[in-house]
Design a binder for this molecule. Sequence first.
Ligand SMILES: *Cc1c(COP(=O)(O)O)cnc(C)c1O
Length: 733
Amino acid sequence: MNQAVTNTELGVKLPRPLQRLQDVAMNYWWTWTPDRLTVFRDMDPALWESCRHSPVLMLRQMSYMRLTQLATDPWYLNQVENLVRNFDSYMTQKETWAFHSMPGYDLQRPVAYFSAEYGLDESLPTYSGGLGCLAGDHLKSASDLGVPLVAVGLLYRQGYFHQRLDSNNWQTEYYENSNFEDLPVTLMRDEHGQVVTIEVPIRDRMVKVQVWRVNVGRVQLYLLDTDRADNDAVDRWITGHLYGGNIDTRISQEIVLGIGGVRMLRALGIAPAVFHMNEGHAAFLILELLREATAGGLGLQEAGDQVRQGCVFTTHTPVPAGHDTFSPDLMDTFFSKFWPQLGIDRKTFLALGAKRVDDPWDNFNMTVLALRYARASNGVSEKHGEVSREMFQVLYPGKTTEEVPIIHITNGVHARSWISPLFWEMYDRYLGTQWEEHLSDPEVRSRVDRIPDEELWWKHEALRERLIAFARHQVAQARRRRGEHEDWVNAAYANLLDPNILTIGFARRFSTYKRANLIIQDPDRALRIFSSQEFPVQLLLAGKAHPKDEEGKRLIQKIMEWARHPALVNRVAFLEDYDIHTARKLVQGVDVWLNNPRRPLEASGTSGEKVAFNGALNLSILDGWWIEGYNGKNGWAIGEEIEGHDIAAQDLHDSLSLYHLLENEVIPMFYDRDEKGLPRTWIAWMKESIKSLAPQFNTDRMVAEYVCNIYAGSCAVTAPRPVLTGAGFKADF
Ligand SMILES: *Cc1c(COP(=O)(O)O)cnc(C)c1O
């Protein structure tokens, strides 16, 4: 365990002309500015790779000699100056969207956003997948829009697990220690230089929690950490791993996040106007707010009414296992000293989180607690809103499903983080600067047609080629780690994949409902498709199975066993250890993004939105966001829901549809070339995909909807979604 608790101001002395790079390196703003590449990567491209794109780590490791070279290079200094100027003007901008349009805008009364994971960048391992990426993108857009928001999460000593496949294609896991000094995180201290700590009751002990700050543009993210020498050895590991350990670890983490999070905000003197629980993990914050209110003399009923005024909640999955529940026994262990502080007995306490309040054996359900005490709640796509209203109708006796007060706000992605700089520059040129703020203007959107087909295609092909180079390197390294023969290692560079052929990507968590092996439902037909010489197609796979999910691991194994066929070894590749870095390469380089979950279990999905910004086409089940996005000429819809609930029949039906689409539509359209070698129809679909999807499925639109329909106190819970039309959403509230 790391003893040293140091203040992580970079800790390197930079030559004077480079000094301001420290401020940029310590703010994740740099990850979404297009200049990031030239300034940090060009300092030392090899070191940049080995530091996993962490500027803090790189600056700490860079030789003084190299730094002085750069500090005397006028071309480089010019780049730095531009970057710093953009940074300063971003950070000091006053007239933001929120300044003009947010109801109740008040910098002193921010939204407090609570989430167990944040996916901001590959250099900060505080995320596992979609939920984290969504939270990270939420913060970035909140910063861009100027929404007063502070975020609360946990800083995990070892983050989420890393993945490797062994020679039997079986997933193995390992963890790595994070060295917090190498991350852009700063330990919070008071005005006397003392480390700020708060205490949280866990089992029979008071656990001390310290706080690290991460700058995300204008938004501050506070991460809680129990790894302190003055804590019991067991308690130091509470924040050891994201989604690791057992049920005791999970409940302890959620106590630190929810109860500790509120105490931390109080200790820092932050007075939130709204507490936003992103998923049920944070719902214990309600208990702390209830405790504060009852300590102030209110009874549970009045305290509850007061707390409800300040809480909002987003639910993220219709999969039952995705909702945390804790047994009454476990709740006894962790809360028997807590409920007396609320002035209530055990039965009343357990009923706060019980789906059926009169059932003493019912588990304590975090989603139920959150829904009971949230003034506004939402699901993450239109369909998911509908499904959630059905799932939780039981909590609202006397209401029909339509009347259940759970609205929906469809997930988006942070465009500036996911668009390749090459495309961004092209959009700047053809759509006008600040195009991303005006995409809902049909005129701006129609300018996508001005992009010459040749240029769009050429740039897309360059990105595909980069993806293939990246994939070859990843696979070669994986083969070397497995101790395979050097010829086989080198074969990855020489023969694996092809930069010029139709490239399909499939990357997401390997959980069974996502049906990663639908594509090999009929292995022979799949073999014919992927081994064709005439119309070649290749498949890139990535994704982790939860360490305890044997079935998920078997999915990976099965598809990679299929890919051992000699005709497939160079047409199918698995990229180990899926993370934001790999995701970025994939979504920017593939031609087609495949997604085939079991309906209606994909609450929204976001990776398909990332590819849309980069001109790739979605080939997806109509579920989650794609129901709203699909229009018949911007991608494909696989299958349809069949009568009855026969899973095997549905899988068969969907796989047949998938094969049919590939053989008769996707592949022929891709290889239908004119005399210049351009696939004109395909390019037209790429443009349609950009035009029709980019305006809707971004987090600027999403955060604007949260502000208006969820955060704004005046909004009715069942308010309709704002229609974002006209000259961009800027003018609409
Ligand atoms: C976007 C993203 C996800 C979420 O993808 P889904 O389509 O929602 O499954 C998961 N992991 C990473 C690394 C991502 O970038």
